[in-house]
Design a protein around this ligand. Structure first.
Ligand SMILES: Nc1ncnc2c1ncn2[C@@H]1O[C@H](COP(=O)(O)OP(=O)(O)OP(=O)(O)O)[C@@H](O)[C@H]1O
Length: 294
């Protein structure tokens, strides 16, 4: 059980809730003035995000991963692409739910090949059993590909042709999974520090109806991520975790909950391979923290 503290007028107000199968594939991604905003990965399979460095992209990915693992320890499979040299996601390698972690372009290529083969076999299963969307079946397995993109996108001029081809193949596979995978239980979460049109592959963006944009420097960058002519993400206050969230036609400002590494470790330790004490007492005082909108 995870406890969420919602801070109202500087007074901590406990808002405990259980992450369990009843919450389906919904994860809490933020709070507005009025309510907690959930994102339902069975309704909108892919999520794209971006924003200036240090405003909270990785933190949100940790919130999502912790929530998914606590809600669906037996059904979720995670493929993590950490192009920040494995600094952030490397520590999740030992979790039973984490199938692979890639920290460079060669590993990403291999990881995405494995996911594409898995997708092919799921498509074959769907054909043989006659279903067209996994949400109509009793199959609860979901595969998440979570990409945290690097700060420095190398200039293609300085790459050898093998590396260039590998990068293009990775982009193609990510786009393919985004285009085809949703119906077969494949979910993509793609976050990038860089927000130029060529870094955020168009097909991934087009197939992700949900977009989240943290504080950004200018209206153009905001437009690349949110896909709208607006400057709202550029005008956000300089507060970590503050973001514009677009889900279909709705565009809302929210504050993402903060989860510390200590809290992540506490909740996920029992899912590591090896002998670990299971979580015994839910009232440990550890929590995700929501900061109120100003
Ligand atoms: N929702 C939040 N509420 C409060 N503080 C936050 C929140 N999200 C992040 N922070 C703070 O900001 C710091 C940077 O966050 P994070 O590493 O997630 O940023 P990032 O956007 O992924 O940065 P980079 O692109 O440089 O990797 C965190 O260590 C934390 O202290």
């Amino acid at each position: 059980m995870l406890h969420v503290n919602v801070y109202e007028k500087n007074l901590p107000k406990s808002w405990p809730y259980r992450f369990n199968k009843k919450t389906g594939w919904k994860v809490p991604i933020g709070k507005t003035y009025k309510e907690i905003i959930w994102h339902d990965f069975d309704e909108v399979p892919h999520l794209v995000g971006g924003g200036t460095t240090r405003y909270g992209k990785t933190n949100l990915m940790k919130v999502i991963m912790t929530s998914l693992i606590k809600s669906h320890p037996e059904d979720v499979e995670l493929y993590l692409v950490d192009l920040k040299a494995g600094v952030e996601f490397g520590k999740y390698r030992n979790l039973k739910q984490v199938k692979k972690v890639a920290t460079n372009i060669q590993e990403t290529y291999d990881l995405l090949l494995e996911v594409c083969l898995k997708l092919e076999s799921k498509q074959a299963e769907a054909r043989s059993k006659g279903w067209s969307n996994i949400t109509e079946t009793k199959d609860n397995k979901r595969v998440f590909i979570i990409v945290d993109e690097a700060g420095d996108i190398p200039d293609e001029k300085f790459m050898d042709s093998e590396e260039k081809q590998m990068r293009q193949a990775c982009q193609w596979r990510l786009a393919h999974i985004a285009r085809i995978g949703g119906a077969f239980g494949f979910r993509e979460i793609f976050f990038s520090q860089y927000t130029t049109a060529d870094v955020l592959p168009r097909q991934i963006k087009q197939n992700a109806d949900a977009k989240i944009c943290f504080k950004i420097q200018n209206g153009y960058a905001s437009e690349v991520i949110l896909g709208e002519k607006n400057t709202q993400a550029a005008e956000l206050p300089k507060i970590r975790g503050r973001a514009m969230f677009k889900n279909g036609p709705d565009l809302i400002e929210l504050q993402v909950p903060y989860i510390s590494n200590r809290v992540v470790n506490h909740y996920l330790k029992e899912h590591e391979d090896g002998d670990h004490e299971p979580e015994t007492n839910a009232n440990t005082g550890l929590s995700i923290e929501f900061r109120d909108l100003d």
